[in-house]
Ligand binder design. Structure first.
Ligand code: G6P
Length: 610
């Protein structure tokens, strides 16, 4: 959460920083700010989005060094004062921070007793004053002062600091919150993620936890907090600017929904061989035997990724005959940890930076489990820390509500489940051949759905102002129901719940009346009869049935007030198709309600605090 950008070089720093902040705004958009060094330190910050900050900047500023921040508030409400950057008492130091300083209260009391006055309610301001305090006693070495101050911090940080005594450098450090250095030609950038630097360089250095870097325009030096010098690998970015621009769409989410056929083709490319009925997954080829020996798999994830984990559970259990537990990463951490040697954990994360997922990964590794990643962002912390893994290759996902990453994750899990089933011999050759051929057809089936997306306009308009929605599904339709409800909640602020269809009778049925739209995911064939009974139960209570059906399912179509059909496919692949109309329904409703689809209130795309 929170986006950090910094620049030092020959260009106007404010231009680079504002552009970068706009690219990182999906990480948080409660407030924004910059600190520029222009002979003296100049701070501009405000509640609201980066465009508002941009309007505060003067056209004639010539600063070549600066840091910027876009905030997702943790401590202190979003207002001008709580916005970053925060400064030292003498006004010489400014810093921006992503993370949480857990011991800020005790540090604050000590600093107050030393005469520092605090103006904000943030945890971050403590760090600015703490570094100043340490530096006042170690005035010969600013980097060392930062190292000492950071070693007193409990919690997490990605931090960027400038100081007017050192106008030619930016100091950055990381513990728990991502930061990278973009290495340019006579210029350096720093950012929370690569999208902010991709326009200027394709050479990046990822900082790891416990590292600090002093960055000058033509050099960077990385050390540990206890000052051991490090040689860091320089990675090449494979990120094009087109991928991170809207390309004519009004919202990134809309673009990303329509990118799904391509994203899935990219994900399958080189991995699926329908002619020979084989799957190649280079990232996990060395651990397949270990996976085959595992008595159980544990899947850990958050949000939409957790929903794809449930699809994964059904896939691995039905195809590879292995028992699967799907855990919220945030909860797993606080349970008695029974995960250890012999267990295989799969962590799923679009961003590869979600704090709880990362913590679950680390705990499982520490206990001796094999940990595999299903991650979208190449080079992200989770991707780097897992023992092995399979990238989704969905391309950058910028809309806060996940769409193509979900279908990408499900595709990777499908590939893994079929592959594992083949290794274990739990799938017949005939079935594997059939599934592999059909998986190859999924992108074109997705195209067909997208081509007729306007069929959803009428139902979207009709129910745009409904206060509640219920989503029901069985088997592979259940995680789709959860995901459909989440999409609607996230971007339109309509209360929605996803339920296993039969569970409706244990509570939600009490809510059903003539005002309640009930979205039924009837895309799997083997659950059709039971879904029909559930639909009748809803109709008997005057609920309004919107169904997502497989082409030709006239029985459910005739029982529905509105229905949208998707092409027939294998039950196992139905989530890849049935989720798309639900994404579009949510998108249309959010647009009708005038919501900011890409940046829904209170949310952030990358949740790097616990
Ligand atoms: C946030 C995002 C969701 C995402 C979840 C998990 O809540 O808004 O779209 O599903 O985090 O993120 P991850 O990057 O780990 O998949």
């Amino acid at each position: 959460m929170c986006g950090i950008v910094g620049y030092i070089g020959e260009k106007r720093a404010s231009d680079v920083i504002i552009k970068g902040l706009k690219r990182l705004e999906y990480r948080g958009y409660d407030s924004a700010g910059v600190a520029l060094f222009n002979g003296e330190l100049e701070i501009k910050k405000c509640k609201g989005k980066v465009v508002k900050l941009e309007s505060l900047l003067t056209k004639d500023d010539q600063a070549r060094v600066g840091i910027g921040h876009t905030r997702w508030a943790t401590h202190g409400e979003p207002n001008d004062i709580n916005s970053h950057p925060h400064t030292s008492s003498n006004g010489k130091l400014a810093l921006v921070h992503n993370g949480i300083i857990e011991n800020y209260n005790s540090l604050k009391k000590i600093l107050e007793s030393k005469g520092h006055t605090f103006y904000s309610q943030t945890d971050t301001e403590v760090l600015a004053k703490l570094i100043e305090d340490v530096y006042s006693k170690n005035s010969d070495d600013f980097k060392k002062s930062v190292q000492i101050a950071l070693s007193q911090i409990e919690g997490t940080y990605g931090v960027a600091i400038i100081h007017s005594d050192f106008p030619d450098q930016i100091i950055v450090a990381r513990k728990g919150s991502p930061l990278l250095i973009g290495v340019g030609d006579n210029e350096m950038l720093i950012a929370s993620d690569a999208s902010a630097v991709a326009e200027y360089t394709d050479q990046v250095v990822y900082l790891d936890d416990g590292e600090i870097a002093v960055i000058k325009k033509d050099d960077y030096q990385v050390h540990t907090l206890d000052d051991n010098s490090l040689i860091k690998e320089v990675h090449e970015l494979a990120l094009s600017i087109e991928e991170i621009e809207k390309g004519g769409y009004e919202f990134f989410m809309h673009k990303e929904i329509f990118e799904q056929p391509k994203a899935i083709s990219d994900c399958l490319r080189g991995r699926l061989d329908p002619e020979n009925g084989t799957i190649t997954l280079g990232g996990i080829k060395d651990v397949l035997e270990k996976m085959a020996d595992a008595k159980r798999l544990i899947i850990a994830a958050c949000g939409t990724s957790w929903h794809s984990g449930i699809v994964g559970e059904y896939l691995f259990e039905s195809l590879a005959k292995v028992s699967v537990e799907v855990e919220y990463a945030s909860e797993l951490r606080y349970k008695e940890s029974l995960i250890g040697e012999g267990d295989v954990m799969i962590v799923i994360s679009q961003s590869g930076e979600t704090a709880d997922t990362l913590a679950a990964l680390r705990q499982a590794k520490e206990n001796g489990a094999l940990v595999l990643g299903v991650v979208n962002v190449v080079g992200s912390t989770i991707a780097r820390e897992t023992d092995a893994g399979v990238y989704i290759h969905a391309g950058p996902e910028i809309g806060v509500a996940s769409t193509k990453a979900f279908t990408g994750q499900v595709t990777v899990l499908t590939l893994m489940a079929i592959k594992l089933a083949q290794v274990k011999g739990t799938i017949s050759k005939e079935k594997a051949d059939r599934l592999i051929k059909e998986l190859n057809r999924i992108p074109s089936k997705m195209e067909k759905i997208l081509e007729k997306s306007s069929e959803l306009d009428a139902v979207s308009n009709l129910f745009s102002y409904a206060p509640n929605f219920l989503y029901l599904g069985r088997s592979f339709g259940f995680p789709v129901a959860l995901e459909g409800a989440l999409k609607l909640k996230e971007i339109s602020y309509i209360h929605a719940e996803g339920y296993p269809a039969a569970e409706m009778k244990h509570g939600p049925i009490a809510l059903i009346d003539e005002m309640m739209p009930v979205v039924v995911i009837a895309g799997t064939n083997h659950t059709n009869d039971k879904m029909v009974s559930n639909i009748e139960e809803v109709r008997a209570r005057k609920g309004r049935i919107i169904s997502i059906i497989t082409e030709g399912n006239e029985e459910v179509e005739n029982l529905s007030e509105f229905s949208f059909s998707v092409p027939d496919t294998e039950d196992e692949f139905s989530p890849l198709l049935t989720v798309i109309p639900l994404q579009i329904l949510s998108y249309n409703i959010a647009v009708n309600r005038g919501c900011d689809v890409d940046q829904p209130r209170n949310l952030a795309k990358s949740v790097t605090v616990e």
